[in-house]
Design a protein around this ligand. Structure first.
Ligand SMILES: *Cc1c(COP(=O)(O)O)cnc(C)c1O
Length: 223
């Protein structure tokens, strides 16, 4: 498995404005080092412990993305260094991220995770719930979060039309939210959608950040 070649192939198949987060979950830190060595800076993990362990083994210039569900009691472990939290799906979690940001005297980059898939098991907000958060007084008082956009996952299916519709829907939500709540805030610019099996569709539908794991690192050893 030539992970450097895999990375290059993907990089060359997507437009330059699309950020590529290499999802290194379950893979050893040595593989992360290998890709870092050829200039890859963005890496994604979905477990706090694994994220912290790898962060300690890699240079500080690596940009760590927390792409999984984040429990409030674990925010403190990643707050000092995390680059972007992709899975913000409640005011409660945002409150804790803000508090930990304050403790560490840094703004923490966040994406709201939207529920766009058919499956019920996936985390995420619907548009109404997001708007409720964005209208709340508490949200407006938070000074240590930097909301940079939205993230979503499509249904796990071979039916690419279903996937495309879901991405289209997320792009629509992104544009509506941006217009209504972030007009004067250029930081709200990231639409994180697309994984190994669907990133080309995601980009066609407006993604500018893809999270790719198995197509770079090979299959993971769990279902
Ligand atoms: C694992 C994971 C990915 C990458 O999945 P692949 O299919 O291996 O590319 C992307 N996003 C999230 C949220 C993940 O948990």
């Amino acid at each position: 498995m030539d992970i450097i070649q895999n990375l290059k192939n993907i990089r060359e198949s997507v437009p330059e404005n699309v950020a590529l987060v290499a999802v290194s979950k379950t893979k050893p830190a040595d593989m992360v080092k290998e890709l870092y060595g050829v200039g890859q800076l963005d890496f994604g993990e979905n477990k706090v412990q694994e994220l912290v362990d790898k962060q300690q083994l890699l240079p500080e210039t690596v940009r760590w993305h927390m792409i999984g569900h984040l429990q409030t009691n674990k925010v403190k472990f990643i707050a000092p260094f995390v680059h972007l939290v992709h899975g913000v799906d409640s005011l409660k979690l945002l409150r804790v991220i803000n508090k930990e940001g304050e403790k560490n005297n840094r703004m923490i980059g966040c994406l709201f995770q939207m529920h766009i898939a058919r499956e019920e098991s996936k985390f995420g907000l619907d548009q109404n719930a997001l708007e409720e958060i964005l209208r709340s007084d508490e949200y407006h008082e938070m000074e240590y979060i930097n909301i940079q956009g939205l993230m979503g996952m499509a249904t796990f299916t071979d039916n690419s039309e279903v996937v495309r519709k879901e991405f289209k829907n997320l792009k629509r939500i992104f544009e509506e939210i941006k217009k209504e709540f972030f007009e004067e805030k250029p930081d709200f610019a990231i639409l994180s959608m697309g994984m190994s099996d669907d990133y080309l569709i995601a980009i066609e539908e407006g993604s500018n950040m893809i999270r790719v794991g198995s197509s770079i690192f090979g299959r993971r050893n769990y279902a």
